[in-house]
Write a protein that binds this ligand. Structure first.
Ligand code: THU
Length: 131
């Protein structure tokens, strides 16, 4: 199975785990690290709203907790048949751990997806090497 198909399956499976009693907007994400491992994530909402965490950050934090600090690709799925891009906060969190040529895979449905480079969605960014 090719890596894109694996990541799409992982993101779609993760989306099913979303905890979204407030928005009912379910998001799934899948991170591929430089070790070749996949980490899934879903959004987890909160009655106090602001503590809500996006699917992308759950996937990234799981990877980092497991000792992985280099993301090579990240896939995201939101509403079926539309393109859900990472929010601004998640873009900055991806920036912390992404490689220069990191691919963002925006999943439309099980068969269709779009790939953009990280630098396209967060140009002129600020990261660890700027400190
Ligand atoms: N959400 C994500 O999980 N990822 C994004 O990139 C966009 C927004 C979640 C947060 C919240 O639970 C719901 O989608 C509606 O904003």
């Amino acid at each position: 199975m090719n890596i894109y198909k694996k990541m799409i399956d992982c993101a779609l499976d993760s989306q099913k785990k979303a905890y979204t009693p407030y928005s009912n907007f379910k998001v799934g994400a899948c991170v591929l690290t430089d070790s070749g491992k996949l980490y899934g994530g879903c959004n987890i909402e909160n009655a106090s709203y602001t503590p809500t965490v996006c699917a992308e950050r759950v996937a990234i934090f799981k990877a980092v907790y497991n000792g992985e600090k280099k993301i090579t690709k990240i896939a995201v799925v939101g509403k079926e048949n539309s393109l859900t891009y990472p929010c601004g906060v998640c873009r900055q969190v991806i920036r912390e751990f992404c490689s220069d040529d990191c691919e963002i895979i925006i999943i439309k449905n099980e068969q269709e997806y779009k790939i953009v480079k990280f630098s396209e969605i967060l140009p002129y960014s600020f990261g660890p090497e700027d400190l």
